[in-house]
Design a protein around this ligand. Structure first.
Ligand code: SD4
Length: 357
């Protein structure tokens, strides 16, 4: 693994317990209940602190932090947040901080759902999706179905900054990355390969084992200057069909940033997020006056009403607003999310949204 040379990519070291197999294949809005939300959130905005609870009354729906504020999905967001904060402290821009933070997760081989070490598709190929969005310019870049390149969050930034496009996919995205100085890299670890072989075996003996394993990193930042940025990166649903793309690289689904309002990101079953433009809905609910936590929870409730399949939704959102409030909500048991600001870095529980009765 060579350090990246592109200006959009920091140099890096892959971490984790198992190294890639040498020579392994690389194929690897809003008509909101506006009045209701205004009422719900006014207390939060006025007090500027945790101010009301979710429908179960068990979790704080929103909290207020100091700036810069970094919020990301899952436990593995904590080191990513800390890297993002350190990047800002050392003079990096908000976009530098998003890329540096998410790169930590992408290069951690023990993380089996993001970047190198990610779970492959049904053909045993690791294929990555990522996006980035810059609040002040409302520009964004994304890549989908990229094989053999890491960190793809850096490639998404290059798409945003160096092309006239928003989304590059597949081999075109890969060739663009190589032109930008990203290196061809094996992303399939021995352990991911073994797990895929075992899954494959079950497939042939027991019929259709469903896709499994998913944990995307979505990371959003409210800068000291009040600007907002965000990014998202994933290897997608484990054992997905080749060519399948989830919510994560789709602006408005896996991530959305509106510099006047706030930023939101998603993790979970992409199909159940992208059908509803989930992150866009969260931001629009904040525009209507909901706090970040309540906007996440209400988006899930809206999706629950239309989700007819009976299969678990398995979706989660996090959000920050322009005032420095943050919150998150997930289906079922909710999900852990990570929050960092100067002097604080913790993993917190989200609001739990129970299934519709
Ligand atoms: C996807 N949303 O590709 C991603 C996977 C994921 O938590 O989040 N996982 O559907």
């Amino acid at each position: 693994m060579k350090p990246q040379t592109s200006s959009v990519t920091p140099s890096f070291t892959i971490t984790g317990q198992n190294l890639p197999r040498p020579g392994a294949s690389r194929r690897g809005f809003l008509k909101a209940s506006g009045a209701a939300f205004a009422a719900l959130s006014s207390a939060a905005h006025l007090t500027g602190c945790a101010s009301y609870s979710d429908s179960q009354g068990s979790q704080p729906a929103t909290k207020t932090a100091s700036r810069p504020l970094v919020v990301s999905t899952w436990e593995f967001g904590k080191p990513a947040n800390e890297k993002a904060l350190a990047t800002l402290e050392s003079g990096g821009s908000l976009l530098d901080a998003v890329v540096a933070g998410i790169t930590v997760a992408e290069l951690d081989l023990s993380n089996t759902s993001v970047g190198a070490g990610g779970t492959p598709n049904s053909e045993g190929v690791v294929s990555l999706d990522a996006c980035i969005m810059d609040g002040p310019t409302h520009k964004c870049g994304s890549v989908a179905g990229v094989e053999g390149i890491v960190p793809v969050i850096g490639v998404a930034r290059a798409v945003m900054e160096k092309t006239r496009h928003v989304l590059l996919v597949g081999d075109g995205a890969r060739r663009f990355a190589l032109q930008q100085g990203f290196q061809d890299t094996n992303l399939l670890t021995d352990s991911a390969h073994k797990a895929w072989l075992a899954w494959k075996q079950k497939q042939s003996t027991a019929g259709s084992a469903p896709p499994q394993g998913h944990d995307t990193i979505a990371l959003v930042i409210l800068g000291a200057d009040g600007n907002l940025v965000g990014g998202c990166s994933t290897s997608g649903l484990g054992y997905k069909l080749p060519g399948r793309v989830g919510d994560s690289p789709i602006i408005g689904s896996g991530l959305y940033v509106d510099n006047d309002i706030g930023a939101a990101g998603a993790t979970g079953v992409g199909e159940n997020i992208m059908r509803f433009c989930g992150s866009f809905q969260v931001v629009e609910l904040m525009r209507a006056g909901a706090s970040p936590g309540e906007a996440c929870a209400e988006t899930i409730r809206r999706i629950q009403k239309k989700h007819a399949s009976g299969a678990p939704l398995d979706i989660n959102f996090l959000a920050v607003n322009k005032q420095g409030q943050y919150g998150a909500a997930g289906t079922g048991k909710g999900f852990p999310y990570s929050v960092a600001y100067p002097g604080f870095s913790e993993i917190l529980p989200s609001i739990k949204v129970p299934p519709r009765s």
